[in-house]
Design a protein. Structure first.
Length: 225
């Protein structure tokens, strides 16, 4: 009788302990998510996001990806930030094509000079510019210059937003324009600017040398340091 009571007491104690641990864990997560909502520095799971300096310093080109899908909520956040792009004269020629279809990714990879890592990424975002919007305000300059620089603004925002989501990406600018247009059914006046494969990076960071600030910064005139 005494032994039975002792066992029952031990079971009750373990059960209460499990409940305490459960509530402690739930309370910690709720507190973390409350801070996240207030500071906007975390995702929905309570994982901390990076500050801007960390995002910029961690950005690198990634050409190998894990066989792991990218959640749509992450994609949505990347697209939300990318849509905050600047453009010359607020002409907004930039548009984004999100590609998950395997066959389309393979066709894009072949159009990009057989860079098949593009097809291996679970997700590809193609930045395009509608040159008609640039031309209406800036004529030939808009077509040949602003439509490209405006597209580059979007591409950089995508690359930075991807890092903030714990993902890797690469900007691919070597491709046959006409082939990419055919793959994506682009109208003649919509030109591809860049192909950006995105996924969980499977390769480690590489140490690449960079030119020093003294080499790239000039004062008032070129050549004056």
């Amino acid at each position: 009788m005494v032994r039975s009571s002792t066992r029952q007491g031990e079971r009750d104690f373990r059960w209460r302990l499990q409940i305490v641990h459960h509530y402690q864990k739930a309370s910690k997560l709720a507190h973390s998510q409350t801070i996240c909502k207030a500071t906007r520095k975390c995702d929905s799971s309570g994982v901390k996001r990076m500050n801007f300096e960390s995002v910029v310093k961690k950005r690198r080109m990634c050409r190998e990806y894990l066989d792991r899908d990218v959640p749509q909520e992450k994609v949505n956040r990347v697209l939300d930030l990318a849509s905050r792009y600047p453009s010359a004269g607020h002409t907004e020629p930039q548009e984004l094509i999100v590609v998950r279809d395997r066959r389309v990714k393979e066709d894009l990879a072949r159009a990009a000079l057989e860079q098949m890592f593009v097809a291996q990424a679970p997700l590809v975002i193609v930045v395009v510019s509608d040159v008609r919007r640039s031309a209406r305000r800036y004529g030939e300059r808009g077509v040949r210059f602003f439509s490209i620089t405006d597209g580059a603004f979007v591409a950089m925002l995508v690359l930075l937003a991807v890092v903030d989501e714990g993902l890797g990406a690469c900007f691919v600018g070597s491709f046959y324009d006409e082939e990419v247009q055919e793959v994506l059914d682009l109208p003649p006046d919509v030109r591809p600017i860049g192909i950006i494969p995105i996924g969980y990076c499977a390769e480690g960071p590489r140490k690449l040398s960079r030119r020093s600030r003294q080499q790239i910064i000039h004062r008032d005139r070129y050549g004056v340091r």
